[in-house]
Design a protein around this ligand. Sequence first.
Ligand code: PA5
Length: 487
Amino acid sequence: MSLKLKSGFEFDYENLVGEGRVTRDDVEQLAPQLGKAHKAMDTMRKTGVIKAHLSKDGTPEKVLFSQLPYVEKGNLNSPESIDRLKKFGQSMRNRIDTVISLGIGGSFLGNKVLFDVQCGSFWNMKTREERDGYPRVFFSGNNIDPRSTKDLIDYINHAADMAMHHDKKNPHKYKVMLICISKSGGTLDTMSNFMVIYDALMNNPNVEVEVTAVTDPNTEKPTLLKKMAMENKWESFAVPDGVGGRFTIFCEVGLVLGAAVGFDIEAFLAGAKQMDIDCQNDDIWQNPAMLNAALKFIASEKYGRSEEVMMPYGDYLESVSMWYIQLLAESLGKQFNKEGKEVCYGRTPIVALGTRDMHSQTQQHQEGRLNKIVQFIRIEKWTNDLTIPNVFPQAHKLADIAGVTMGQALEVARQSNADALASNGRFNALFSLPELNAYYLGQLLYMLALSVAYEGELADVDAFNQPGVEAYKRIMGPKLQQVKSRG
Ligand code: PA5
């Protein structure tokens, strides 16, 4: 049982629907709520209004992420803004040696996805030619760890020394672009790293530093970062109003980093747009976001599946799982519903990676508490797939697997995991992408974003606020001041 879109994107729910699982009858019974949720999505698309959604300061706020795939004049992503991003990306080539992308949460996770899918793990070890002139990229600001920040500074200082004193053909100042991303413009994790790195690099005569700020664009009430950008004439891009951190991969936050490494941002948005169009279908069995939301909601509410394991198969997709953790946790993990009644809704998201975690977590998925949905992601066709060669014909166990491609073996492992889980009453489902490229990535991520929006309506919780993250912040601010005053 699956829903396959024209693009080839497929949602296989065979192991989530049927006898001993979510039933079609369960879905039928949800029809009135689904109808309402579908209407709410339509209203959100047309007006940006989501019932009862309030911003952090308690005022009504629009929800605009569903506009982002539509590159149109007057929209948040317009032909002009995409053109500017592309120019920004081109301006990096053969000019900037290294980009340091600073941000946390929604100002980091999506960017890491785009980087991983486009560049993989070995990008920074490649030559400039192999990188097609694009810069090396490091991430910072997603922790406040003195050791890793110092390691990064040491690395840049060393690279700058090499560029200035040991590059015989082209001795040059090492050019670093700090892309500082913060919607609020003052997040401790991001800004502490920014200040430490900026100060260290500015004090190195072999380094030339440029800064790009990505923040709330409001110039009348500018964020701290916006103010600094205006004062220092740093180039700046926008985290627009109405786009929460977990949706910013589709706006300039994600697209700036994508452009800086030659990621096809237009194909990415085109994939998201086609998904949005497909998800306007009011037949639940033809609408992947609505179907996914309904099945997960029923699995949670009726069958006690309160944890969701996001398990892509393929190394460079692990960050998709990390991105999804924020999306699910911040959108649906809510104590109160829209009427103020305590509901404590949500599923605990868990990062897993196939095949790696089959050798660790799978024991718990297979036999542990019956409270999980395991959500797989697979790539159907790997570019440059490798065939396992018959190098040790005497070793029968190894000879048996020779001749199979690694992509085939990966999929056999995934299917075996899915079958084993299903055979023991363990709910699981699959999102299948024909290939790993910008278009299908856009399809997948947008479908997931829209799915939590649907589920917010089904569970009657505000999927677009995150009041829970304010609690620790209220404690942390004064604590830091105490530390400072103690010296
Ligand atoms: O979803 C969110 O809003 C958070 O994860 C934020 O993105 C994160 O706290 C970083 O905030 P800011 O972009 O304001 O620095």
